[in-house]
Design a protein around this ligand. Structure first.
Ligand code: 13P
Ligand code: SF4
Length: 350
């Protein structure tokens, strides 16, 4: 693999730094506790990243769980896994600098293999993605012949290549409904809790109609139904929204369950005195900046993988990418993984 040539960002003028710091402030970062000196430091980095991004011809997709300085400082587009995969597949820029976790950057590479995809934080994994291998999926397929394998996007390229269709939190229900139109049994991997939630919504029996795996998200699995319910009594009229990776016990007590994009749309369209988001902290911070007139009850956990991306690391990846920053997908799995992703786009939108 040939590494991209090194480049260095010019030192921004004092005025540019102040402009960037002011923009971060206007997006509510001071309210989140960022001090002026920190905003200036981040403003300088954002200005350097932007000038190098333009010079290199790079696009920066950002997941909603990323740090606020990344979302508001350097993103070309911000979204959930579905939106990011769709837009990365259509990206025209020669470089995609992915601010998110490894499976997301890998998906961008699978969908747009001619581009150089850079991952600023190469160790940004995901507990779901690490829970299953291609070999384990092959074994499951041999145990359930004829049952289509629907695999959550939070998986490796190798796992995707063994799957019939990929799903995200935004379309899992719709895609499974369509699969059940033609099959009695579906293998759904690897998120056990999301699978149990889908089984309940669709009236399917785990172990018989829906075959599940034992993966969980370390962030969403850590919320408990009792403490979430306690908040309902404290904030009359609160609307509680949970990510679809939370446990069925918790999901059965909330007002809305879905992916991060669905949660933002629900807040926008549903009036309420308070909202509580049971998910990674980044979504609550983003919701606060998008809907400053609305009130949010704090309840969140940090994803250590998502939060390992920093502006310093983005700048370093753009200036002098190391081998580990450049996302490579084995060509033997790339085409098969792309087919499963394209099937997702067909079933989700068709
Ligand atoms: P979304 O696709 O809903 O943004 O979920 C991604 C994720 O990693 C949730 O933990
Ligand atoms: Fe993976 Fe959970 Fe982090 Fe999302 S929040 S990237 S599912 S560990």
């Amino acid at each position: 693999m040939k590494l991209p040539a090194k480049a260095s960002a010019p030192e921004p003028t004092r005025r540019r730094v102040e402009e960037e710091a002011a923009r971060l402030r206007s997006k509510g970062l001071s309210d989140l506790g960022y001090k002026d000196a920190e905003l200036e430091r981040l403003g300088r980095l954002a200005a350097m990243i932007k000038s190098l991004k333009d010079e290199r011809g790079a696009v920066i997709p950002v997941h909603v769980y990323q740090r606020p300085e990344i979302i508001h400082g350097i993103a070309d587009f911000v979204g959930d896994s579905y939106k990011l995969s769709k837009l990365c597949g259509q990206a025209k820029a020669p470089f995609i600098v992915f601010c998110g976790v490894s499976f997301m950057a890998e998906t961008a590479k699978i969908l747009n293999p001619a581009k150089t995809v850079l991952l600023p934080s190469p160790e940004a994994g995901c507990s779901l993605s690490e829970s299953i291998t291609g070999a384990e999926i092959r074994l499951l397929k041999s145990q359930h012949p004829g049952a289509p394998v629907a695999t959550y996007i939070n998986t490796s390229a190798e796992a995707k290549a063994e799957s019939d269709v990929i799903v995200t939190s935004a379309n899992a229900r719709r895609i499974l409904e369509r699969l059940y139109g033609e099959h009695e049994k579906v293998v759904f991997l690897p998120d056990m809790l999301m699978g149990q939630n889908l089984a309940r919504q669709l009236g399917k029996k785990p172990g018989r109609d829906i075959i599940l795996w034992k993966g969980t998200c370390i962030v969403h699995d850590s919320f408990d139904a009792a403490s979430v319910s306690l908040c309902r009594g404290m904030y009359p009229g609160v609307k509680i929204l949970a990510h679809a990776e939370c446990s069925p016990g918790l999901v059965s007590t909330v007002d809305f369950v879905g992916g991060t994009g669905d949660m933002l749309r629900y807040i926008e369209s549903t009036p309420a005195p308070f909202y509580m988001l049971v998910t990674e902290c980044g979504l609550g911070e983003l919701a606060r900046s998008r809907f400053p007139e609305k009130r949010f009850v704090p309840m969140c956990r940090l994803c250590p993988y998502m939060k390992s991306v920093t502006l310093e690391r983005v700048l370093k990846a753009l200036e002098s990418p190391a081998r580990a920053n450049v996302v490579e997908v084995d060509p033997r799995v790339q085409d098969r993984a792309r087919k499963a992703l394209e099937r997702m786009f067909e079933l989700a939108e068709g």
